[in-house]
Design a protein around this ligand. Sequence first.
Ligand SMILES: [Zn+2]
Length: 310
Amino acid sequence: MPSGYYLGFDVGGTKITSVLSSKEGKIKKRVEVKTRKFKGVLDLIDQIYSTGKQFDDYDNIGVIFPAPISKKGVSLTAPNLIGWDRVNIKNKLREVFHKDVFIENDATAQAISVKLFDKGRKYKNFVYLVVGTGIGGGIFVDNEVYRGGNGYAGELGHSVVLANGPICGCGRRGCIESLASGRALARRAIENSKEIRNSPFLSSIPLERLSAEDLFSGRKLGDPFSTLLVDETIYYLSVAISNFINEFDPEAIFLGGGLMKNDPTLISELKESIDHELGKYYRDVPVIKVADKTVELAPIALSIYESSKR
Ligand SMILES: [Zn+2]
């Protein structure tokens, strides 16, 4: 008999978060472990399985990864995990768990969670963007998540907004991830050591610890260089989001991720910048921040969404 509970794993470069949740999104149990990322695929599969042993009585399993994942469950490449190029993760996990396992790119699964557990319920067509250390995305078209030909669709972080811009983890230049992610924001500051020396606020922070959060704090305090970098970040994001609006004609844009937490005015500033950027193609597309719990429930949402199609 089905238990009505789902087991979800969010496998990241630093930690694996596992949750047991009801269909309604009520979390019953949560276990977090540090990712053993340098020991290869089989070791990580074993780590996911042994973490899973701490849970029982669930119907199926959803697992999300920071990598493009094909419809068959094969990872294209995972920049933050060693030895994950073209591995059929789905089959390997099914072999050990002896249960149905659904796997997906983390941001795509988060978009599914926006649809099932957040304000995405109200919309048939929307674009989700997660801005954290990196940038990912997910797209809903006519109430269905859009996966494209192989399953790799939604890699919105690798939309180029500055030709010949900074080099990106994907190998191209000027992707939005290389300009407006948390990591990019910190890097763009550190590269300008002269500006940092001239800023009483930023020069008080050890360079190796300088983070995107510090730049948001600097802007709040009126530090000119912090203000410039954060304003540029908002501009680059609005250029990318305006492209998505022109490409997909969404009814809403949803935003998640760590960078969005830094400043409560960020969403309204972004909206204003997008409205300006759209030019003659302007239409009023709401920009909505997602709840933290929506992101946490992503692997659960994936399980529910996929198993409902059976
Ligand atoms: Zn890229």
